[in-house]
Design a protein around this ligand. Sequence first.
Ligand code: GTP
Ligand code: MG
Length: 202
Amino acid sequence: MSYKSKPLHLEFSCAATESKLFPEDMGNEIALCGRSNSGKSTLINTIANQKKLAKTSNTPGRTQSINFFHLKGNDNKKIIDLPGFGYAKASKADQNSWAKLILSYLKKRNALTDLILIMDMRHPFQTKDFEFLQLCESLELPIHLVLTKADKLNNKETQQALKLVAQKSPEFPNIMSSIVFSAPKKIGLDSLTEKIKQLLEI
Ligand SMILES: Nc1nc2c(ncn2[C@@H]2O[C@H](COP(=O)(O)OP(=O)(O)OP(=O)(O)O)[C@@H](O)[C@H]2O)c(=O)[nH]1
Ligand SMILES: [Mg+2]
């Protein structure tokens, strides 16, 4: 199968565990958010057509820092991998410090224009997703949904998931679009790559 969109040439910029370690707040950036294990880091690797750019794992809670990636040759265009929320096995102290870090990033970052909320298509709109959507609405941040792991659903389950998304999305006026995606099958890869290019103005 051939794909229209070329991979995005991404490079790792830095990992920040506190806000003073964020790179300079300039240019355009978009951030990937979503529950732990939803597939954020895998999505970065897939759009970049690299295996180990962002660390992925079967164990939820893999990404514990805010990881910044930039377009090769242009560090004014960034994609950010946020730690997953709702990782129940992390200690309360860790969960609180991640939540604080994410909040400080979302509230203060001028370069941040849009968020991509990744939801496992088998379990969309969980409580943590609703909480996060409400937070983003209060911060007036536009959200683009990516429903991932589409390869794990049969036709009927796909239709049910799409119906749920169509029912719930209008509750959040800041949800701007949604894309069905699968990393191993590359479903939706072209649309997602085009969307990201549009958001980053590249
Ligand atoms: N079948 C399938 N598996 C996927 C897909 N995307 C991610 N996965 C798997 O889901 C697991 C979690 O993926 P990650 O990319 O590490 O998830 P994450 O959202 O970055 O997780 P945290 O860093 O813990 O927040 C890994 O085992 C991936 O291989 C997909 O589209 N299809
Ligand atoms: Mg991750």
